[in-house]
Design a protein around this ligand. Sequence first.
Ligand code: ZN
Length: 233
Amino acid sequence: MAEGGALVLFSGGQDSATCLAWALGRFDRVETVGFSYGQRHAVELDCRGPLRDALAGLDGAWAARLGGDHLLSLDSLGQISETALTRPVAIEMGENGLPTSFVPGRNLVFLAYAAALAYRRGLKHLVAGMCETDYSGYPDCRDDTVKAMQVALSLGLDRRLVVDTPLMWRDKAATWALAERLGGAALVELIRERSHSCYLGDRVHHHAWGYGCGTCPACRLRAEGWQRYRAGA
Ligand code: ZN
């Protein structure tokens, strides 16, 4: 068991659910934090509680380690972001080569708030699902960005803080495989059914890889990763 406890950035999606399972296998005390920032669809946030409870139900040791959940309101992030996640515009590739779902600096803000909360809660680790391998080009998901934030936060808080990103070098297929390693078929099934990735908030259409519209970038990434994971299984 690693010392110091962990705060998991937990959105209710596939990646953060896998990160939560990873942390529960590694730290004696684990808390979760989510952010509400005027997302067009609150479905992902609605998934968080049931997903947390279901994860704890898989393993008695996990249940014992899982502490409180925190939901922080960051409405001002939606205010300053002209993006497809917070405004009714189409999700597509923008002129800057990034999808219109990009919220500039979102992960920097999330990490800063999570670090302040971890400080207050006496937790030494932040666990976050940023990934440089299979992502949409978001610059604040890059390993160098996260490492720089770890240094800045540790200095600014005058306390050693570690940002763990277990998915950084894993693609979506490898993320499913990691879930299987951490919690077997039961965890894979739980994440498939209960986590939410779709940008359009679709919980109506059901696919082999879970719920979603099937056409937005998040759905396409999830579907493609699932297919490759199943093909390799
Ligand atoms: Zn979708």
